[in-house]
Design a protein around this ligand. Structure first.
Ligand SMILES: C[S@@+](CC[C@H](N)C(=O)[O-])C[C@H]1O[C@@H](n2cnc3c(N)ncnc32)[C@H](O)[C@@H]1O
Length: 286
């Protein structure tokens, strides 16, 4: 984003918003609502830049990738882990299609933010203490993306550091409802660069996280080694991305851990962006 400040929808003349919709965002303060709409909550995810990534997500965007899993893996009693689940929208889509499973964990390194009110503004901070967003009455600003914006908001950020934070769970209403009603579904903080701890998953899904627009090849390969180490021999990895390429909606591959490597089980017409890295990944003996 070249100029990391946007208007808040509904606070500006309608003709301006209609003419330049890209310059306006949903008010991030919906994250603080008692009962936010699922759509508004999801929309705000595209405003949250955390670490090297953006929490952007959607619904009905993984269909052909999830088909690979449903068609090629016996999921009855399976332990499934979804890493980089954002607000859980795509996890909810998959869980609704699963015939039977033992557990489903929506995992993400950034599951929570702290929010502090400073006058009419709200300052959002990630678990590393980085100010990721400031929402004012008319504009949203991203101090982490620009030195100028950081400078402009330095006073507000300093006041927020002295305030009392309120923890904001970044799981949307549908994901929360699913966790309430199905005790097989849970959420957990997890870093894709670390091996999974606890019960070994049968399936790991990683969607739109290990992308070359976010990470270097060396970093992606490091994450792939952690994923290999997280699965038992015969366990499955589903990797996919929704690229912004005209005519390509999704690129997905389903892989099985076979010894110290991944072997391809099935893929969509277009291979995932990082197929070359997955196919050459190898577990390094410790
Ligand atoms: C683009 S979103 C993908 C959301 C969802 N999987 C989808 O496809 O719609 C990327 C997600 O990865 C998470 N993420 C970023 N770095 C991570 C890491 N090191 N470990 C786990 N999750 C991470 C972000 O918080 C964000 O929720």
């Amino acid at each position: 984003m070249r100029a990391p400040i946007r208007g808040i929808r509904g606070r500006w003349p309608a003709w301006l918003e209609q003419r330049q919709p890209r310059l306006f965002r949903v008010d991030p303060r919906v994250l603080l609502d008692e009962a936010p709409s699922a759509e508004a909550f999801r929309d705000v995810m595209s405003s949250i830049h955390v670490g090297a990534t953006i929490k952007i997500t959607g619904i009905d965007r993984h269909g052909p990738a999830d088909d690979l899993l449903l068609q090629h893996v016996d999921l009855d009693g399976a332990r499934i882990v979804d890493i980089g689940a954002s607000d859980g929208s795509t996890s909810v889509d998959l869980v609704r299609r699963l015939p039977g499973f033992s557990s489903y964990v929506m995992a993400d390194l950034y599951l929570r933010l702290d929010a502090v009110s400073v006058g009419r503004r709200v300052v959002f901070t990630d678990p590393d203490g980085q100010c990721v967003l400031v929402a004012g009455p008319r504009v949203v600003a991203w101090p982490s993306l620009s030195r100028t914006v950081r400078f402009a908001y330095a006073g507000v950020i300093a006041r927020a550091r002295r305030g009392v934070p309120r923890e904001v769970l970044l799981l949307g209403p549908d994901a929360r409802e699913l966790m309430r009603t199905d005790d097989r579904v849970s959420a957990r903080v997890h870093d894709v660069f670390q091996p999974w701890s606890g019960e070994t998953p049968d399936v790991i899904k990683v969607a739109n996280v290990l992308r070359r627009l976010y990470f270097s090849d060396a970093e992606i390969s490091r994450a792939l080694r952690a994923l290999l180490a997280s699965l038992a021999d015969g366990g499955h990895l589903l990797v996919l991305d929704n690229p912004r390429i005209p005519g390509v909606a999704i690129r997905a591959g389903l892989y099985r851990r076979t010894g110290d490597r991944f072997s391809l089980v099935a893929r969509t017409e277009d291979a995932p962006e990082i197929a070359d890295l997955i196919e050459t990944s190898e577990l390094v003996p410790s």
